[in-house]
Design a protein around this ligand. Structure first.
Ligand code: HEM
Length: 290
């Protein structure tokens, strides 16, 4: 992810792609090859298991794809299954973990917001209990926290698009074929779109608001929009709520080394995904459920 997100002259001057001036293409190619080898091994292992007598289905994505391939006479070939697994792994890991990390960092940085989130979880599902997908609709404050995290810290800060035709926009000419980057990070902090200090983490701005992240409100599109928008959205949303619900409702948190919330380093590290410059260091204190 670090390599793919590094500045690359070849992105601005495509003619340099062949030269690969920073060696990024060569190195990422080798990383992806190593990952692909791991997925090949996993598929091999599973196919072998499935051929054994009394195989009990794992009921996971790999079994679902392999079942589908068998039912449709191998419509999805072996190499497609391996590459699809690699795509989902690459697209679905850093995005989810960096969003969880930013949400927790903001909650630790703003203890009053953490207390409100804890109170909502305690009153709605009970102290220490796990959040289930069916609980999400009953947790408006946690929903607002997730939206506010997406607004300030979009996991994918720049959405790539290509102009299909020559077009004029705000007095600028965008030529056909030009690479266009939609800056989600800047849109999320634009004072013309967000009142009440856009750089402030304030979930309250979303309470009672119609703005959503499913690609219809263009001021908040952390999953993109249109036909190429993120297909992992339903899974990502469930993962985020279940993880955050667990972290907030089952533990109290103490910052490491006696750091005060207001002294936390909230700098960003720019890349393909927008991570924290310094990881959050906090100690969980387990709260047994009543
Ligand atoms: C917080 C979590 C996530 C965020 C913020 C996120 C965001 C995005 C964004 C912005 C795009 C580009 C959309 C566009 O160009 O309009 C994208 C594409 C994609 N995402 Fe996600 N994603 C997340 C989680 C996941 C998960 C969990 C998976 C699957 C397991 C996934 C799979 C994909 C795939 C396969 C694409 C490429 C789609 C295409 O090019 O047609 N994502 N994601």
């Amino acid at each position: 992810m670090k390599e793919v997100g590094s500045p690359n002259l070849a992105d601005c001057f495509p003619v340099l792609k062949v030269v690969d001036p920073h060696g990024i293409r060569r190195r990422t190619g080798s990383y992806f090859w190593k990952l692909l080898t791991i997925f090949k091994g996993l598929v091999d292992k599973r196919l072998k298991l499935r051929n054994e007598d009394g195989y009990c289905t794992k009921n996971d994505m790999l079994d679902a794809i392999l079942n589908n391939a068998e039912e449709n006479s191998q419509e999805m070939y072996r190499d497609k299954i391996e590459r699809l697994s690699l795509d989902l792994f690459v697209a679905g890991t850093d995005t989810v973990t960096s969003t969880v990390e930013w949400a927790m960092a903001e909650l630790l940085h703003n203890p009053n917001i953490m207390s409100k989130a804890k109170a909502e979880l305690e009153n709605t599902i009970g102290k220490g209990n796990l959040v289930e997908a069916s609980d999400i609709a009953r947790l408006p404050y946690l929903q607002a926290i997730v939206k506010e995290t997406f607004r300030l810290h979009p996991a994918v800060p720049l959405l790539p698009r290509k102009a299909e035709v020559d077009l004029e926009m705000h007095g600028y000419t965008v030529p056909k074929g030009a690479q266009v980057l939609v800056n989600m990070w800047a849109i999320g902090r634009d004072p013309k779109l967000w009142d009440n200090n856009p750089s402030l983490f304030s979930p309250e701005r979303f309470l009672g608001s119609e703005i959503d992240f499913r690609g219809r409100s263009f001021e908040l599109t952390p999953f993109g929009a249109g036909r190429r928008m993120c297909p992992g959205l339903p899974l990502a949303i469930r993962l985020l709520f279940l993880m955050l619900g667990l972290l907030i409702n089952s533990f109290d948190w103490m910052l490491e080394d006696g750091i005060k919330p207001e002294d936390m380093n909230m700098d960003e590290k720019f890349g393909l995904t927008l991570g924290k410059a310094q990881p959050v260091l906090a100690v969980p204190i387990f709260k047994p459920s009543n």
